[in-house]
Design a protein around this ligand. Sequence first.
Ligand SMILES: [Zn+2]
Length: 142
Amino acid sequence: MVASRTGSYKKPLPVIHPDNEPYWAALKNHELRLQRCTDCNTLRYPVSPVCWKCLSEAADWEKLSGKGTLRSWIVVEAATGNPAWSEDIPYVVALVDLAEGPRLTTNVVETDPYSLTYGMPLEIVFADVTDEVTLAKFKPAS
Ligand SMILES: [Zn+2]
């Protein structure tokens, strides 16, 4: 993914707040980190101020492998809503199961959208879309 440092990024950006700031800061440093509950060891996703399993507020931000598996996807072939996506058509919106468990909704990039297969191994791509925001996308594993 080519980094865009021009400030011309037109797609919606995440709302960064104290609860999710470590997630976005890690991506900016080209690391994928999620909260691991220090009471019951559950990996939390989406980011949350409390553990969905035991309701503990205690967690560490664990660095993950960036490896995943393609579980489901669509190829978007027509512009809808925000025209900022028009130039990306066709593009892939996918569900990716991280090697560590959580399932992310993301994009699969740097490949022919019609070449994807169920269960294919993927690896993270850090898409620097602005000076402040890096998105977690995936590509076929090398
Ligand atoms: Zn917990």
